[in-house]
Write a protein that binds this ligand. Sequence first.
Ligand SMILES: Cc1cc2nc3c(=O)[nH]c(=O)nc-3n(C[C@H](O)[C@H](O)[C@H](O)COP(=O)(O)O)c2cc1C
Length: 488
Amino acid sequence: MESITHYHDLTSYDRIKMRGGYLDWSNQPEPYKIYEECERIPLPREISLPSQDLWEVMEAKAEPEGVLPWDMGTIARILVLTCSVTARAKYSAGEFHYRSTPSAGALYPTEIYLCTTGQGPIPPGLYFYDLASHSLSVLRLFTKEEEARRILFFITGRFFRSAWKYSDRGYRYVLLDAGHLLENLHLALNSMKLAHSIRYDFPDKEVNEFLGLDPGKEVALVVVELGAQAGGRFRLPEGSRLAEKIPRAREICLREEVPPLIIRAHELTSSLKGTIGEGADMWERLGLQVRGQRWLKGFSSRPKGPKYADVLWSRRSRRAYLPRELGQEALEAMARGLEIRDEPSEFHPRKVIAIGASISRVQGLEPGFYLMGKEQGSLSLVLEGDLSLQMARACLEQEWIAGSAVQFLFITNLRHMEETFGPRSYRYAMLLSGRVGQRIYLRATALGLGACGIGAFYDEEARRLLGLNEDSRLLYLVTLGPIRGKAS
Ligand SMILES: Cc1cc2nc3c(=O)[nH]c(=O)nc-3n(C[C@H](O)[C@H](O)[C@H](O)COP(=O)(O)O)c2cc1C
């Protein structure tokens, strides 16, 4: 494998070549990571949750640091809003836990670590968020104190959790899942007006060592640092390397055999090269011809949604859509939520991914494939006609997709990205697709609509269906539509 585009193509699904999967249930990975030997600091369970509605949180501008006290309640609140168990299902061998973020195959490959320096409610050190017991596992305490307080969150991906089911393709899902979780963390911090920087670029080797990870199994994917001044080159807290070794966590299965292709793909994306700042938006690089523009009719006033926290708890993947049209105002309200604004200035999401919408049933809008939001509130028509049935077929015959009103599409010109910005840009594209996917899920929930992420599709068939040029790829889809018992 010589390029990340090659990895992507090697892990493409092909109708003819695809064979039925086999799951080794005796080697099923545990969904929770547990550091048995570590001291655990319990986090408060009774915490005050933000009162804003989702719209306010998505549009909130972070304020300079120091708005909230940095105490145990704040730490717990951030973590609970980022990742919680929100549903339980009983089955013969026990209980299965669903979380506030969706996950391909409900395999939950992501983990969260927290590091603090300076004075605070917990001593300066590195901690692991133990979701199962809602506590912080103390991984290491820093021997040399830094004067200034720094607070960093690390999101990691455990390859085998996804690879157990999806094999080589699992790396794609680890990245998409991490994007969903990252957006929840970003919104949690927004809801508290805590300024922060999202860092996709960091020295992989140093950060993985710092977290005590075996990079053949688990790797850091993104770092989020609190504080308005967190820009500039990333550096790890000083003195941390002087501390003792990190304890080992419990094994997650009998044989954690990560496919070599995944390890190689991740290594390939480790290089740091260039920024995304220059050049055209991604939609211009897909080889698509725009045939006209439509302006979406919006709500006369901003819809008053349910509380952001309630939306988080009630989000689920919904597939049983009603054969009803979606109101144009609802689509406009969805479209407004797609834009990620709080990125560092050198990082432009629009240059990394284009967002399309395959529209089947929206009031007053002819069915077709559109590009979203070249300008705010606008749709650019690319292909006329309802593609939903063909899209459902291209998505491994998942027929329910044809019942959705809209399929949001995340697309990039992979070859251009890789050649211009280096292979690490694959991570940006997948993480960003996951982030926007999470925004779609949450906004849909707030509007009483259903949404569901789709990672399984015949890649080449989907590319041809959308008329993308040879270098462009569909990365991810999220369906949307009216569901029973809810407003539309
Ligand atoms: C990256 C990704 C890919 C997914 N792909 C599919 C898919 O192809 N088909 C499907 O029915 N659901 C898909 N899902 C939805 C998951 O099955 C769902 O999130 C998981 O079962 C947990 O359920 P919940 O979202 O209701 O919490 C996907 C979710 C994610 C995040």
